[in-house]
Ligand binder design. Structure first.
Ligand code: G3H
Ligand code: 13P
Ligand code: ZN
Length: 332
């Protein structure tokens, strides 16, 4: 049993309270390997931003949970070495069972998501409450994120064809019955790099797909029901055209990619949305740079020569998000 406090991590309680008060959102960046983790910490230290390091079930399988936990401990020491003790949360992304959440809590996670959004309302309440009861009874309080409403989109372990928007009438009851610390909602964001079908979008003068606007009316209705309660947005990558173009330029294939425009995320960050999840943009940035290096230097076979530039680009991307999109820069 390892407590997150022993690793130098914090839970999301204070972070979210400050984010709601200050009208910004905490970045929740997924990581699976050392370079991604280095880029996140470098960017967040440089911009003085609090951060949530997210680990999916797939990441745990890929990277090994012991290694990930110790990387999070390393992240705290690394931030200190870089000169700023930013608050760092280690969070389970899309936990799908009580057992997985319990395992993470006992191995040093300071926050977990239990994603019962695909279950019936009653089963979602029961599962989320069970995780909350366990997480909150730990000596060091572990925070829990629940979800109501279903996001469309496909990633390795998270896949739904259609979205169901969150029903504002349900949120108050859900929060009360479960004791959850934050709530992920569905207002039109979606996982992956193809967030909408082309027929749902319009095209700008350059032929770039422009998605339908997020349902801010639903967000406002939810905020009225649970004023000041921390809201989470998943599926919030912007899918920058510069990266999808670069991937195609250097031999990759990207079909009908479209993300959430930055100005809509900025607007959301000013509301009760206090955690914004971003994974796909990091994948795109890394892939674009690695493809470029290989195309321009076909003889290269030292991983540091392609993972290094990919890491530098990731850092740039995360700094930009913290400063220009989420507003978390300077808030650590
Ligand atoms: O929402 C899902 C995250 O982007 C994690 O994706 O299951 O492929 O690691 P993954
Ligand atoms: P994106 O696929 O839009 O990056 O969303 C990531 C996410 O929601 C992780 O939980
Ligand atoms: Zn997600």
């Amino acid at each position: 049993m390892t407590s997150y406090k022993d690793l130098g991590l914090v839970n999301t309680k204070d972070m979210f309270a400050k984010a709601i008060k200050g009208g910004f959102a905490i970045p929740a960046y997924n990581f699976n390997n050392m370079e991604q983790m280095q880029a996140i910490i470098q960017a967040c230290v440089e911009t003085k931003s609090p951060v949530i390091l997210q680990v999916s079930a797939g990441a745990r399988k890929y990277a090994n949970s012991n290694l990930l936990r110790n990387m999070a401990r390393g992240a705290v020491e690394y931030a200190h070495e870089l000169g700023c003790d930013i608050p760092i949360v280690l969070h389970l992304d899309h936990g799908d069972s009580f057992e997985l959440c319990k395992d993470c809590i006992e191995s040093g996670f300071s926050s977990v998501m239990i994603d019962g959004s695909h279950l019936s309302y009653e089963d979602n309440v029961a599962l989320t409450k069970k995780v909350c009861d366990f997480a909150h009874s730990q000596k060091a309080y572990v925070t829990v994120e629940g979800e109501l409403g279903v996001l469309a989109g496909v990633e390795d372990e998270v896949s739904h064809e259609h979205s169901n928007y969150t029903q504002p009438e349900e949120v108050e009851d859900f929060v009360k019955k479960t004791g959850v610390d934050s709530l992920a909602i569905s207002i039109g964001t979606s996982h992956g790099a193809t967030k909408f079908k082309p027929e749902q979008c319009t095209k700008n003068a350059d032929g770039v797909l422009i998605p339908p606007e997020l349902r801010f009316d639903i967000l406002e209705a939810i905020e009225k029901r649970i004023p000041g309660f921390p809201i989470v947005l998943h599926g919030s990558s912007s899918v920058p055209v510069q990266y999808t173009k670069m991937i195609e330029q250097f031999g990759g294939k990207m079909k009908d990619t479209v993300g959430i425009p930055e100005e809509q995320l900025r607007r959301a960050a000013k509301s009760a949305v206090c955690k914004i999840n971003i994974d796909s943009d990091g994948r795109l940035a890394m892939t674009a740079i690695i493809r470029k290096v290989f195309a321009e230097n076909p003889a290269e076979f030292d991983p540091r020569k392609y993972l290094g530039p990919a890491r530098d680009e990731l850092k740039k991307l995360y700094s930009h998000k913290n400063k220009e999109v989420l507003g978390s820069a300077g808030q650590a």
